[in-house]
Write a protein of this length. Structure first.
Length: 163
């Protein structure tokens, strides 16, 4: 596990998808990287950036972590391949996450704390497809408004200095 705000774990991996709402809607306290089980054309779709993480979250079934509601579009050439799964393909199916058992248990314990949730922050592609998960607490509407106000104030100050 790493501290939030640290640099990428594997710098050679290309970020193919960001969950921009996650850092706005949640106060990310901890991050962890996990592999993901993909089928057929999903790997090519991920490498092509055809991933949507908005609204996605992680839940545990039988002690194993699963990524839910993450949309990976069907690979556009998958239907041309013999035996392809394109006709019955589900873009939002549950996908198993790969991590050490001890790491999964630690993550599950954090998720069971009151108000904590696990959300995917980004998908990275290198030799393998990896998902950066964030353990965080939901922000209140007031907190969100204050962050927007702070951002606008700092933007105005920067623009004032540039002139």
């Amino acid at each position: 596990m790493t501290n939030p705000g640290c640099g990428p774990i594997h710098s050679s991996m290309k970020v193919v998808a960001h969950n921009r709402r996650a850092r706005f809607d949640y106060e990310i306290l901890d991050t962890v990287e996990a592999g993901i089980v993909l089928i057929g054309g999903e790997v090519k779709s991920c490498r092509g950036g055809q991933v949507n993480l908005s609204g996605a979250y992680v839940s545990f079934l039988g002690g194993k972590p699963f990524l839910k509601k993450a949309k990976i579009s069907a690979y556009k050439f998958a239907a041309l391949q013999p035996g392809a799964r394109a006709p019955g393909y589900e873009p939002e199916r549950d996908r198993e996450l790969l991590m050490k058992k001890s790491e999964a248990e630690r993550l599950r314990a954090r998720a069971e704390e009151k108000g904590m949730t696990i959300v995917p922050l980004e998908v990275r592609a290198g030799k393998y497809i990896k998902v950066l998960l964030g353990v965080g607490r939901g922000r209140k509407t007031l907190d969100k408004r204050q962050r927007i106000k702070e951002r606008e104030t700092s933007r105005r100050l920067r623009e004032g200095r540039d002139l």
